[in-house]
Design a binder for this molecule. Structure first.
Ligand code: GDP
Ligand code: ZN
Length: 314
C-alpha cells in the first residue's frame, strides 16, 4: 500500500517517516535514485522531505519524493563539488534578535535575511527580551519592526521572562515546519522551552552550543510541537550557511530595493552611484537608511573580494 509521509529523521542509513494521517512513524529504506539536478549530494533524502512509501508493517520503502519547495545545503569541505542536504520544505525561520544584552546589529539581520532570501525561506523576526528595554530602546525596537514589516517580513516583540508575545509566537509556528536562528544569548533555548517545555533536553543544539573540535553530525531532526507543527534542529548550523553571490545581483535579495529598481534610469543599475537611480533617491523615504547602508557595505565587500561569501555569523 502506498502512503505519503514526512521524513522527520535521517541517519544516512534509514529514515523515519511520519504518516500525518495516522501519526504513525515508519522506519524506511529507499529504492531508486533521488537526485537534485545540477548538484551532487551526499545524501539523497533529508528531514522535511515529503515522500511516498510502501509499507507492510512498521517498516517501509520510499520510492518517490515530492518536489522540494526549498532546501538548505552544506558544501562538503573535502569534496567541494559535493553538497549535503540538511533540511527541506522549511515553512519559516524565526530569527531571534535582541536590542540589548546582546545587541543584534542590523548588519547581522540584513545579512541573515539575504541568505534566507537566497534559500527561499520566509523569515519572522522575533525581538526578544522586551522586558529589558528602556523607553529609548523600545522606540528603537518599534522603529526596526516598522522597517522590516514594511518590507514584508513578519515581526514580533517577545519576552520569555514576562511571557509577552509568546502566544503570538505559538500561533505563528502552529502547523508549520520551523527553524530557529539567532546569535548566542538572545534566548533561543529559553523561547523553545517556554513554548514546548518537553523539548528541553532535545534541543540543546538549537542553542548553538558546540564543543570546539567536536565532530558535529549534519543530520537534522524534526521535533513535533504539541500544538501542531515542527521545530527543525540543525546540528552545527546556526543559519543557512554561506551564500555565494554576484554583486550585480545583490539587490535582488533586498525586496524593497528590488521593487524600486524597476524605476531606475539604467537597465543595469546596481544602485550605488548611477545618476537617476530611483533607489538612491528613495533612501530615508521608502528605503531605510540602515538597509541601504548595509546594502552598500555588502556590495563593496563583494566588489573588493571575489571570494567573499555572505555569512551573517562571521
Ligand atoms: P540562546 O543562546 O539563544 O539559546 O539563549 P538562552 O536561551 O540560553 O538565553 C540566554 C540568557 O538570556 C539566559 O540567561 C536567559 O535566561 C536570558 N533570557 C532569555 N530570554 C529572556 C527574556 O525575554 N528576558 C530576559 N530578561 N532574559 C532572557
Ligand atoms: Zn538604481
Amino acid at each position: 500500500m502506498g502512503l505519503k509521509g514526512l521524513v522527520i529523521k535521517s541517519t544516512g542509513k534509514y529514515y523515519e517517516v511520519l504518516d500525518p494521517e495516522t501519526d504513525k512513524i515508519y522506519t524506511c529504506s529507499i529504492k531508486g535514485k533521488f537526485r537534485i539536478k545540477g548538484i551532487k549530494t551526499t545524501n539523497p533524502l533529508a528531514v522535511g522531505d515529503k515522500v511516498y512509501f510502501e509499507t507492510t508493517n512498521k517498516e517501509g520503502v520510499i520510492y518517490q519524493i515530492e518536489q522540494r519547495k526549498n532546501y538548505i545545503i552544506r558544501k562538503s569541505v573535502n569534496l567541494s563539488k559535493q553538497a549535503h542536504i540538511i533540511a527541506s520544505n522549511i515553512d519559516q525561520c524565526l530569527l531571534v534578535a535582541t536590542i540589548s544584552q546582546p545587541t543584534t546589529s542590523t548588519g547581522f539581520i540584513d545579512r541573515f535575511l539575504i541568505t534566507a532570501e537566497a534559500y527561499n525561506v520566509p523569515v519572522v523576526l522575533v525581538f526578544n527580551k522586551s522586558d529589558l528595554l528602556s523607553k529609548t530602546e523600545h522606540d528603537y525596537c518599534d522603529k526596526l519592526q516598522k522597517i522590516y514589516t514594511d518590507i514584508g517580513y513578519k515581526c514580533l516583540a517577545t519576552s520569555v521572562k514576562s511571557g509577552d508575545g509568546i502566544e503570538d509566537v505559538k500561533k505563528l509556528m502552529k502547523g508549520k515546519i520551523n527553524m530557529i536562528s539567532g546569535h548566542s544569548g538572545v534566548g533561543k533555548s529559553s523561547l523553545i522551552n517556554k513554548i514546548e517545555p518537553s523539548l528541553d533536553l532535545k534541543t540543546t543544539n538549537i542553542s548553538g552550543y558546540h564543543h570546539k573540535g567536536q565532530h558535529t553530525t549534519t543530520f537534522a531532526e524534526m521535533f513535533p510541537l504539541s500544538f501542531g507543527g515542527f521545530i527543525i534542529d540543525t546540528p552545527g548550523i546556526k543559519g543557512f550557511g554561506l551564500v555565494d553571490m554576484n554583486k550585480d545581483n545583490l539587490f535582488h535579495y533586498f525586496p524593497e530595493i528590488f521593487k524600486l529598481s524597476e524605476q531606475c534610469k539604467y537597465n543595469n543599475c546596481v544602485h550605488i552611484n548611477e545618476p537617476g537611480c530611483a533607489v538612491k533617491q528613495a533612501v530615508d523615504d521608502q528605503i531605510s537608511e540602515s538597509r541601504y547602508r548595509n546594502y552598500e557595505t555588502i556590495y563593496n565587500d563583494l566588489e573588493a573580494d571575489q571570494t567573499y561569501r555572505i555569512d551573517p555569523y562571521k
